[in-house]
Design a binder for this molecule. Structure first.
Ligand code: 4AD
Ligand code: MG
Length: 460
């Protein structure tokens, strides 16, 4: 007999005679001659109620089943007379696959997120984390579906790289040299003996490679892990996170912003339509304002303002900010929060940033002081997307890179793409975990990643 998933079973239209379900016991309660078992198999939030009566051959063991034990149940699915569920299973046979000892840490009380992080190997078995990781799966699927429906090709860009994509530092180095035996001082390490014969890193972004593919295939996207050694111990930075990076040829900044908005709206709609039960849990127990906020993403268009307009709004505001903002300074989290949560009360796209605070590849505007860059800011999570129209003019790009002190030889292939058939093109990166935080209302990035990597934390 084939095992059935509880999410299918509970939506059944009719009784099932030969049913096999397997899962973990959430609770067990005994009453005269019966045991009631709440079974969960991770396929959905709901448990399936299993009724075992005393005529079962191993009833003495069943009536002592502990929370966390694994069992296989064969029986009949029949309409439940009890409240709270449509169906229940009348067990014909219960195989006890593994009996969990009494010190199973997930007993029926509510645990703090901080405690659950210390048992990251078990927390997916709780309602909240099970729901978060199911939504994570569904959101990944929705990303592929969105791009496929819009004619984008899925491409894979390298994770090991010899270049610092953003020119920004924050890189994890990769080596197979024995660090204990080699000199502690960087300059004395003989890189020619290392695997690649030169410095290698984990990628911070697939963008530069994705640009090469967009300039050949038209519309492409990557969706994969990226790594940043930023030592910022905040609730929205992880050292390992996933990024979605579309890149389009023949596409300017405004088309790029429209794509970013469509993507966020489409992902939000997909999750609202396909993860109703899990979303309901988050709006009930994690963030009461969640549904209103998600609905407003679907109904109100995003605000689009230039960086200079943002600076003007913030400097005129009577709100107290810790950091002041003037042309040439980066928006801080508090500024993003003010714009999205207080001033506009919805998502905001800020575009045209000063060239001094942006990477080399963003297209220089005619004013010679700003570039065609944009950030999408969301209430609660802040910056979710960073992107730009790329500099396609070889001479301008060359001059800017030289100006910024980049080693042009390292980028010979990137520059060559501007020599042969260069066209206007644009792209962006969406932080996948931040999107999950927005959709679930979970406020710490550590809780949307099964096994998060953050400063001083690489357990599990
Ligand atoms: O704004 P960023 O740095 O943009 C880029 O990397 C571009 N090369 C992308 C592109 O144009 N193809 O990063 C993009 C997004 C951010 O807006 C944020 O959502 C997320 O990636 N992000 C992080 N998420 C979690 N932890 C971190 N440490 C993150 N750093 C960036
Ligand atoms: Mg950014």
């Amino acid at each position: 007999m084939k095992r059935q998933k509880i999410n299918h079973v509970i939506h059944s239209d009719s009784p099932i005679h030969n049913l096999l379900v397997k899962g973990w016991v959430r609770t067990r309660r005994n009453s005269k001659g019966f045991s009631f078992i709440e079974l969960n198999d991770g396929s959905c939030l709901s448990n399936l109620q299993v009724i075992a009566d005393k005529s079962l051959e191993n009833y003495d063991e069943i009536k002592c089943l502990t929370t966390g034990s694994a069992i296989a149940v064969t029986g009949k699915l029949s309409e439940s007379p009890g409240k709270g569920q449509k169906w229940e299973v009348l067990a014909d046979f219960i195989e006890i696959i593994n009996l969990a000892p009494e010190d199973y840490p997930l007993q029926k009380k509510r645990h703090s997120d901080e405690f659950l992080r210390t048992i990251a190997h078990l927390r997916p078995r709780t309602n909240k984390y099970g729901a978060a990781f199911r939504i994570r799966s569904e959101l990944s699927f929705a990303i592929h579906q969105f791009f496929r429906n819009n004619g984008f090709l899925y491409v894979h860009t390298p994770i090991l790289t010899g270049l610092d994509c953003e020119g920004a530092g924050d890189l994890f180095g990769v080596t197979c040299l024995n660090l204990e035996n080699s000199s502690k001082s960087d300059s004395n390490t003989d890189l020619s003996r290392d695997f690649f014969g030169k410095r290698a890193y984990l990628t911070v972004s697939g963008q530069l490679s994705a640009e090469m593919l967009a300039l050949s295939l038209g519309d492409v996207y990557t969706f994969g892990p990226t790594f940043r050694a930023e030592n910022s111990n905040t609730r929205r930075h992880a050292a390992e996170f996933w990024m979605v990076e579309p890149e389009s040829a023949f596409c300017d900044l405004f088309e790029n912003m429209a794509l970013a908005e469509n993507l966020i709206v489409s992902l939000t709609r997909h999750v609202l339509n396909n993860c109703k039960e899990d979303i309901a849990l988050f709006s009930r127990y994690v963030d009461k304002g969640l549904l209103t906020r998600l609905q407003s993403v679907l109904s109100d268009p995003f605000v689009k303002i230039t960086y200079e307009e943002a600076v003007s709004i913030i400097s005129k505001s009577s709100h107290h900010f810790e950091y002041d903002l003037s042309f040439g300074k980066s928006l801080q989290a508090e500024h993003e929060k003010y714009l999205t949560e207080q001033y506009f009360k919805r998502p905001v796209i800020v575009y045209q940033y000063p060239k001094e605070i942006t990477p080399f590849y963003m297209r220089l505007n005619d004013d010679n002081r700003t570039v065609a860059g944009m950030d999408v800011l969301l209430p609660i999570v802040g910056e979710i997307i960073g992107g730009s129209q790329r500099e396609e003019r070889l001479d301008v790009l060359h001059a800017r890179m030289e100006n910024m002190g980049l080693n042009l030889e390292d980028y010979w292939w990137y520059l060559e793409s501007r020599k042969f058939g260069s066209v206007p093109h644009s792209g962006f990166g969406l932080g996948f975990e931040r999107m999950l935080m927005f959709i679930t209302g979970i406020s710490n990035i550590r809780d949307v990643i099964p096994f998060p990597r953050t400063p001083r934390n690489i357990d599990f």
